[in-house]
Write a protein that binds this ligand. Sequence first.
Ligand SMILES: N[C@@H](CCC(=O)N[C@@H](CS)C(=O)NCC(=O)O)C(=O)O
Length: 221
Amino acid sequence: MIVLCGFGVSNYYNKLKLCMLEKGVQFEEKLVYPWERASFREASPLGRIPFIEAKHGGLSETQAIVEYLEDEFRDKPLFPNSPFARAKCRELLQHLELNVEWVARRLYREAFFGGAVSAETKSEVRAKLAAGLEALARLARFSPFICGEDLTAADCAAIFHLDYVRQASMKIYGEDMLAEHLPEAAAYLTDMSQRPHAQATLADRTKALAAFQALRIDYAG
Ligand SMILES: N[C@@H](CCC(=O)N[C@@H](CS)C(=O)NCC(=O)O)C(=O)O
């Protein structure tokens, strides 16, 4: 049995949760907040969530975890079959996370958590985010899934990452940078969010957000 550790506001946590639901992997959830890191450095050396506890031990970094799940639970694959198509899917995921989500994340403190971000950061992020979204637009297929005809791990990540990126750009810049660079993304996110497992994960996210907000913690994301 896999134990998914973290909290349900996190887009990376929800990426793993949706991958496991879509793959039909049995798992339990354990509520762990990043500031409790002293208790979980063994499993997640930088003290980030999510991480999993698996039969052989702890594992952090969602991309490593997704690939472990793919190797361990082969019944319902979340990557294409052919080596090149698999690599293209990983390429998209890497651009999505490194050049889009990770860039936009610097806005989250102000966009979502009641803190402030400097004007300098906002301007730096805006240029980098535009470049990242432009790169993603060159890779994304939306036909109907982000890598093509089949649901992949990239969709399980994109539904949560792109939603936060869109919300953050609207709150900080007053404009939907996602719609500007990836006009098909809005309809894609609507369709994706109607899938039953995605719906359940999003409903849990709403509950997790209320529980997190009640704690009134100073948090940057
Ligand atoms: N690259 C990491 C990103 C995970 C991440 O950024 N986690 C956030 C929550 S969404 C976190 O733990 N933030 C607290 C911190 O970095 O101190 C992954 O794929 O697992």
